[in-house]
Design a binder for this molecule. Structure first.
Ligand code: BES
Ligand code: MN
Ligand code: ZN
Length: 496
């Protein structure tokens, strides 16, 4: 898909189809009025009949109007005149979905935008690309029947922007494309079933990524290497599985950067049965998404490489399965982490924190500027925040605020949870330095508090994406979150 900015008026724009917003009561958006004047008011006369009242997300494709360059007009309902970002995104997604069902190969989209203080020109263009690509995303399914035909749509132009704004708009497009490519990579990986997307498969995908981008290099630690690193907690989780574990290290090096790297860590449980603390069968299939953090790391590394961001970034992915077996860890087992701290595993289903704590310790060797881990870590986070916000916990409030602010700008929101010391105290064990669980209360935070014990002295944030990284139900699948948030976070630090 090609993306462009257009600066001309709607009647002059070159495209098969112009897409315009209609507001409650069939009212034309400001931009559409010029178009209507060009066709002699035919559009307004049509709308007056009331057939298209402009309800949010409704669409109608109209045939050619006289004296327009385009052969069609797509009407898109935008609801009230006070256009929020959320409603604008909904209208945009509806427009793209409608276009994808037609033979239109190029479209100029001119919906009413939210006020510019809510959506500047850069973010407008970036979000427009992200929404478009998300609306066009198809699950790479394994159905044996014929695949539906690809949409005819080849090119989308967004606007109109003034010519002075088009530079910011073009940057927004480029960043939106890189963000969308990262999200697609994440979604494709996370949507794969556990029997395909194994730790070995993830390692191969990481290697493939490094052959695609010159700035990336990949190293994969095998089980023996993981043992040599003394990652006792990671090894404890994998010991019940027949699939070999992998520890993926992926690096982006920029000649323009001298500063200590940013390190991303992603939870890569390719299937979480819970182990001996076996999960209920209900939605257990969704535990194939338990490698969403890992997929997010690979996705964002792809985005970083595509944008050639002037910073050094390391991605760390501990990946294995969590299975019950005769060799699996048992509740009460005590293991020693790479950091040397001992952990009593009271619940084998709290495995994410076990693989992450060893990866976080590994991050120390880079003397990182900042460490951010992403994990589908707790059901408790979904209880606390629902699916709308990712949870953010950090030992540095400024870092947490940066992530939350990036989420607001990117419409990929996150919310900070408190990580004060009381939560860490709940992890007391009679037999080891601490336990891996602390009861139900504040479960998302006690998981964060567990990780915090391994990140002393690092500038670190943890993102619990258990609710945001995928959706269940009829549209079951990966969402690609929090790639848009992270892209914004990174771009914001390196300058738009
Ligand atoms: N992968 C799960 C967390 C999860 C649950 C993600 C539901 C998405 C939806 C994690 O490994 C887990 O099982 N956590 C336990 C922790 C508990 C045993 C303290 C949980 O949340 O129940
Ligand atoms: Mn689990
Ligand atoms: Zn898990």
């Amino acid at each position: 898909m090609q993306f462009e900015i257009f600066t001309s008026g709607l009647p002059q724009v070159q495209a098969d189809c112009v897409v315009i917003g209609i507001h409650d009561g069939g009212e034309l958006s400001a931009g559409a009025k010029a178009l209507d004047r060009r066709c002699g008011g035919a559009l307004a006369r049509f709308l007056k009949r009331g057939d298209f009242p402009g309800r949010l997300g409704e669409t109608l494709l109209l045939p050619a109007f006289p004296r327009l360059k385009s052969s069609r007009i797509l009407l898109v309902g935008q609801g009230g005149h006070d256009v929020t970002r959320r409603n604008w995104r909904k209208a945009m997604a509806a427009a793209v979905a409608a276009l994808a069902k037609t033979k239109v190969s190029s479209a100029a989209v001119a919906l009413t935008r939210p006020a510019s203080r809510e959506l500047d020109d850069y973010t407008f263009a970036r979000s427009a690309v992200e929404v478009t690509r998300a609306a066009l995303y198809r699950v790479n399914d394994l159905k044996s029947g014929q695949k539906p035909a690809e949409p005819a749509l080849q090119k989308i132009k967004f606007g109109p922007l003034t010519s002075s704004a088009s530079r910011a708009g073009k940057r927004g497009l480029a960043h939106g494309i890189a963000s969308a490519n990262g999200a697609k990579l994440m979604r494709d990986l996370a949507n794969l079933p556990g029997n395909v997307c194994t730790p070995t498969y993830l390692a191969e995908q990481a290697k493939a990524l490094a052959t695609k981008h010159a700035s990336l290099s990949v190293k994969v630690l095998e089980e023996a290497d993981i043992r040599a690193e003394k990652m006792g907690c990671f090894l404890a989780v994998t010991q019940g599985s027949d699939q070999p574990p992998k520890f993926i290290v992926i690096e982006h090096k920029s000649p323009k950067a001298s500063r200590a790297p940013l390190v991303f860590v992603g939870k890569g449980i390719t299937f979480d049965t819970g182990g001996i603390s076996l999960k209920d069968p209900g939605a257990m299939d969704e535990m194939k998404f338990d490698m969403s953090g890992a997929a997010a790391v690979l996705g964002i590394m792809n985005t970083i490489a595509e944008l050639a961001l002037p910073m050094n970034v390391v991605g760390l992915v501990p990946t294995c399965e969590n299975m019950p077996s005769g060799r699996a860890i048992k509740p009460g087992d005590i293991v020693t982490s790479a950091a040397g701290l001992t952990v009593e595993i009271l619940n084998t289903d709290a495995e994410g924190r076990l693989i992450l704590c060893d990866a976080l310790h590994y991050a120390r060797r880079y003397k990182p500027h900042t460490v951010i881990d992403m994990a589908t870590l707790t059901g408790a986070c979904v209880i606390a925040l629902g699916v709308h916000h990712s949870g953010v916990m950090a030992n540095d409030d400024e870092l947490a605020s940066e992530l939350v602010a990036a989420g607001v700008r990117a419409d990929d929101r996150a919310w900070q949870l408190p990580l004060t010391e009381e939560y860490g105290e709940q992890l007391k064990s009679n037999f080891a330095d601490f336990a891996n669980v602390a009861g139900r209360d504040g479960g998302a935070i006690t998981a964060g508090a567990f990780l915090a014990k391994f990140t002393k002295g690092l500038r670190w944030a943890h993102m619990d994406i258990a609710g945001s990284a995928y959706v269940g139900g009829a549209a079951k699948g990966s969402t690609g979150r929090p790639i848009a948030l992270l892209t914004d976070f990174l771009v914001h630090r390196t300058g738009r």
